[in-house]
Design a protein around this ligand. Structure first.
Ligand SMILES: CC(C)(COP(=O)(O)OP(=O)(O)OC[C@H]1O[C@@H](n2cnc3c(N)ncnc32)[C@H](O)[C@@H]1OP(=O)(O)O)[C@@H](O)C(=O)NCCC(=O)NCCS
Length: 296
């Protein structure tokens, strides 16, 4: 007798992450951010990371990425993941489904700030300082002043230029997004973004793209390419690797904004005409507790 029950196709889907997912997410980020210019710069890397020949530094980066993830959880970040139910996790004892992409969204007015010492320590900052061998002053200078403050300041000015009274802190901020390289180019980041837009369609979203490729992808997903931000000049090359002289041109990142509906209520009428060309993104509908899946 022929079984006519249609086969259950388990495709990747988006769900909210829990603390149990920490190692699975860090696995993904370690692969996705292996050659990321900002991470190269923050870790004072002299060359591109190669996990096979340099497991020690690979592990150091893992410790930093774990710190960033835990800090995002601690400041009430909304962490979402795409899981592939048909692939098993590399971590022993972990659930069968494998995390293949993740996004850390910090809600409006929830940010990690330099004065949050207990949070920073709880997230594991001391381990980062220890393994990276950087003087805490240098690490903080690079992380807080060179990167965060420069980019925050530039985005703040971009907001002002748009004529809004809103603060950049009133937006959802993308702390991080990454897709396992094996799964890139299959629409998984789009799933994460469209789920976020569905969750809070009226809010404004901000982020920094650390490469021109991700900048173009964010533009495709509705972000405007507002400002190009250069930092690390005189200390690092364009890949964020330690450099001197002519090669030390610094890194280029891109602060971007996706304007939500509420933005228009706080914008002066003289600036409204700038927004006729805003990209409207395809929306997704995810019922509470349900997930939209991607085809791989
Ligand atoms: C950036 C990154 C997360 C993208 O993830 P991904 O899952 O491969 O992205 P997707 O396949 O979902 O592509 C996103 C969208 O961009 C589109 N896109 C792809 N290449 C594009 C390009 N060159 N220009 C414009 N749009 C492009 C895709 O078609 C897709 O849109 P669609 O769903 O409407 O078809 C991934 O490349 C990554 O992890 N990179 C390393 C880490 C990093 O740079 N993170 C960002 C800085 S925080």
């Amino acid at each position: 007798m022929v079984d006519e029950t249609p086969p259950v196709i388990e495709t990747p889907y988006v769900r909210i992450a829990t603390l149990e997912d920490v190692e699975g997410i860090v696995d993904v980020m370690c692969q996705a951010f292996k050659h990321d210019p900002v991470l190269n710069y923050l870790s004072n890397a002299p060359k591109l990371l190669d996990e096979t020949s340099d497991p020690k530094h690979h592990n150091h980066r893992r410790i930093f990425l774990r710190f960033l993830l835990k800090a995002s959880f601690l400041v009430d970040g909304r962490i979402t993941v795409v899981v592939d139910p048909n692939a098993s996790s590399a971590n022993e004892g972990a659930p069968r489904e494998r995390i293949v992409a993740a996004a850390y969204w910090l809600p409006p007015n929830k940010r990690l700030a330099v004065w949050m010492i207990p949070t920073i320590v709880r997230a594991g900052a001391l381990a980062v300082v220890k393994v990276w061998g950087l003087k805490p002053k240098l690490l903080f200078q690079r992380m807080i002043f060179d990167y965060q403050e420069t980019s925050h300041g530039q985005l703040h000015h971009a907001f002002k230029r748009k004529g809004t009274k809103k603060s950049i802190d009133d937006t959802w901020y993308l702390q991080m997004v990454g897709t396992d390289p094996e799964y890139q180019g299959r629409g998984l980041m789009s799933l994460l973004f469209r789920e976020a837009y569905t969750h809070d369609p009226k809010s404004t979203y901000t982020l920094e793209a650390t490469t021109s490729k991700s900048r173009d992808q964010y533009a495709h997903l509705g972000f405007e390419d507002c400002i190009s931000i250069n930092f690390g000049r005189g200390k690092a090359d364009a890949q964020g690797l330690t450099a001197k002289g002519e090669k030390a041109v610094g890194l280029e990142i891109y602060g971007m904004i996706k304007v939500g509906t509420y933005f228009f209520f706080t914008i002066s009428s003289s600036h409204r005409h700038h927004y006729n060309s805003i990209v409207v993104t395809r929306s997704t509908t995810i019922a509470p507790g349900k997930h939209r899946s991607a085809s791989l």
